[in-house]
Structures are given as C-alpha cells and as structure tokens.
Design a protein around this ligand. Structure first.
Ligand SMILES: Cc1ncc(COP(=O)(O)O)c(C=O)c1O
Length: 401
C-alpha cells in the first residue's frame, strides 16, 4: 500500500520506472534522450500516388506527430495493458466533453455523479440537453442500488472519485458492474489520482479521463486533457477527436511528456506533505473535520484503501462555524498558499468554496465554512507556520464580528 508499485500487472516494471521509460525511443531521434517537438501542419508525400493513397507514416499535423505519439504511448503504458489508445485534447474539460460525445447520441440518458467537476455538469445541462440527451445526477456514495436509476436508454455512467471539492469516494468496480449489466459505458474523471495511484481501466472503467493540466503538467504552465480508452471504446473516441478536428499544440504536448518523467516523485511528495498538513489541521480547535480520503476519519477511507495506492495533495477542510469574513481573513493572511483554482502544480493553494449550486442529488451541509487546499512541494514546516498565522488572523476577524 501507498507506494507506486504496480500491483495489478506484476510482470511489469514499477510505475516509478515506467514514468521514465514509457513512450521513449531515443534511437528514433538520433540518440537524444527526448523526442523533438514537431511543429507541424502539412506532411509532404514522396509522390502523387502516395498522396492519393494516404501512404505515409504521418498524414497531417492534426492527426498526430512523433511528439504526440510519445505522450500517448507514455500515458497508455501508465494506464496498463487494458489501455488500447489515448487521445490528447486541449484541456481537461475538452477531454471530458469529447469522451462523453464519443459515447452518447440523441435520445440517450446519462447518469452523472453529483460531485462531478462543475463545468462537466454545465456541459450536460447546456450542450447535451440541446442534443436531446438527458442527465440524471446520482449520490456519489451509491452502491449497487444505482441499478434502479438505469433506464432502457441509459447509455453511460459518469464517475469522478474522489468527487470535486467534497471528496466523496465511489465504489468504482461495483458501479461499473451495474452499468455493464445494463449495457452502459463507464467514464471516469481520474485527475485526482492519476494512473499512478488508481488505474480506472482495471476497475471496470471504459474511458479514463485526466485533466493533464494538473499533475501531468505539474508546473501550472500548460492546459492539457487526456482520454484513455479500452479496446471496445477506442475507435469511437479516436473518430470523435478526428471529426471535431481536435488536437493539442506541440509545445504543450511536450510539457505534458516532460511532466510524466517526474510524476512519480512529485506525487509521492504531494501525498506525503498533503497527509501531514491534513493531520495537523485535523487537530486544530478551529477545524470541524477534514475531507481527505487517505485519512481514517473519512467516510470513503475503506474504498480508498482497497482501490488506490496513494493520494494526491488535494483535499478540503470544514471549519467550525465562523463568519465568512474570518475565513477570508485566514486565506488572505497566507503567504505560501495562492488563491487560485487550478491545482496539481508545484505550489500550494487554498480557496473558499460552497458546493450548494453544484449539487442536486445530495444535500451539501458540511456544518461550517469550507476551504480546499492543494499542498505543493514546499517544506511542510513552512506551510504549517503559514497556516498558524492564518488561524491567528481568523481568530481576530471572528472576534471583531
Ligand atoms: C477534477 C477536474 N477535472 C477536470 C478539470 C478541467 O481541467 P482543465 O482546467 O484542464 O479544463 C478540472 C479543473 O479544475 C478538475 O478539477
């Protein structure tokens, strides 16, 4: 538990090794360790006959280059042997919407976890409804009883575990089984764990999505989305990407590939530091509870322990009731925690949030104000000292009310 050893395919090398070796073939690029970044649109064919017959290893910039193949190959290897192909998209949200569009058609019904990333819900409400596709949101903690919510036209089950902001854990294998028994495809946003800490395709998921913007990139300087598909779903995924004309810029593909090489060491540090900070916060008198799946106090801890081999640096905290102004004073006092949304970079972040507008199947009543943290690569001691100052400011602001 809690190392990045690949448990599910024992003859394979450790994940720590595969992030270094996957998708690399230095002999194909003159011995250089990394592939070149192909800035490319047109591909020149040797003859008119070859052009007409599409006889070429690469056909057009949008359709793939050695750089995109290197990242796709690396990610496929991390996902495990069930992965039949990877698509690269210009953002995590584009990966979500493209994966959904590759499985649904007009008249279909979709089951989506209630704690899905907010813009995923917006896409269902504002685009899929226009296409005649309806969505029902379900309690993320539902088990096999989810079967009751399947309709004859339910085409897909969409999961995200842990869920955005509230960190509810889902029983992915149990939910996937019900979906498959009902003829539905299973999609999952796996951005939080990455395939190093959870391999969705080996737990019944058909299409595994990542916002590569977060831990794959790892430096808050790239927008990237990835979808990994099993054999049954890869053709429809690739066709959807092709028909929509989607592709990712070469420099961003390269940054994603570069991020993969250090993913294991970065994640290990995010995991360790995140847990250390969460444990410290849990002891604070100002804190009601932590929403961190790797902590025994979390309601989904048993599922995390069973299915995941690590945790990232993202979790939430519920404070004992104080005026919102005191929460803002806490956040505004922090100097090592940026106030910003996109996590997974090397830096720590802290934001206030309220899930109320983004929940319809469950009731968001955490018992106090909520803050989401991303724990970066800084020294834990410095982060704790910063948080200590934040709590002092919170107390002053709360007394001033
Ligand atoms: C869980 C999750 N999925 C997807 C996304 C979307 O990624 P992107 O910002 O690359 O579109 C985010 C962004 O915050 C996220 O938190």
């Amino acid at each position: 538990m809690n190392d990045s050893t690949d448990k599910s395919s024992s003859p394979q090398r450790h994940a720590d090794t595969r992030v270094v070796t996957a998708g690399r073939d230095p002999r194909s690029y003159h011995g250089f360790v990394n592939p070149p970044v192909y800035h490319a649109s047109t591909v020149l064919y040797p003859s008119a006959e070859d052009f007409v017959a599409h006889r070429a290893r690469y056909q057009y910039g949008r359709r793939g280059t050695p750089t995109t193949e290197a990242l796709e190959g690396a990610l496929a290897e991390l996902e495990g042997p069930q992965c039949a192909g990877v698509a690269l998209l210009p953002s995590g949200l584009a990966a979500i919407t493209t994966a959904l569009l590759s499985v649904v058609k007009s008249g279909d019904h979709l089951l989506v976890t209630d704690s899905a990333y907010g813009p995923t819900r917006n896409f269902c409400e504002q685009i899929l409804t226009r296409l005649g596709i309806s969505t029902t949101y379900f309690d993320p903690t539902a088990g096999p009883e989810i079967a009751e919510q399947f309709r004859p036209n339910t085409r897909a089950l969409y999961l995200e575990s842990p869920g955005s902001l509230s960190f509810d854990m889902q029983d992915v294998p149990a939910l996937a089984k019900v979906a498959h028994d009902n003829g539905a495809v299973v999609l999952m946003d796996n951005t939080w764990a990455t395939p190093l800490y959870f391999r969705p395709l080996e737990h019944g998921v058909d299409l595994a999505i990542q916002a590569g913007t977060k831990y794959i990139g790892g430096h808050s300087d790239v927008m990237l989305g990835t979808v990994s598909a099993n054999a049954a779903n890869v053709a429809a995924l690739k066709q959807t990407v092709r028909l929509y004309g989607l592709c990712e810029g070469p420099d961003d593909v390269y940054l994603g590939l570069r991020g993969v090489r250090t993913l294991a060491v970065r994640l290990e540090r995010h995991f360790k530091s995140g847990l250390a900070v969460a444990r410290w916060l849990e002891q604070r008198p100002e804190v009601l509870r932590l929403l961190h799946p790797a902590m025994p106090s979390h309601s989904g801890h048993a599922i995390w322990k069973r299915d995941f081999s690590g945790a990232s640096g993202l979790f939430s905290m519920v404070l004992k009731p104080v005026p919102q102004k005191a929460v803002y004073a806490f956040l505004d006092t922090l100097t090592l925690f940026g106030i910003g949304a996109s996590w997974g970079g090397y830096e720590s972040l802290a934001i206030p949030f309220d899930c109320t507008p983004a929940r319809t199947a469950t009731c968001w009543a955490p018992g106090g104000p909520t803050v989401r943290f991303h724990i970066g690569l800084e020294a834990v001691e410095d982060l704790l000292a910063d948080l200590e100052r934040g709590f002092a400011a919170l107390a002053v602001a709360a007394r001033a009310q």
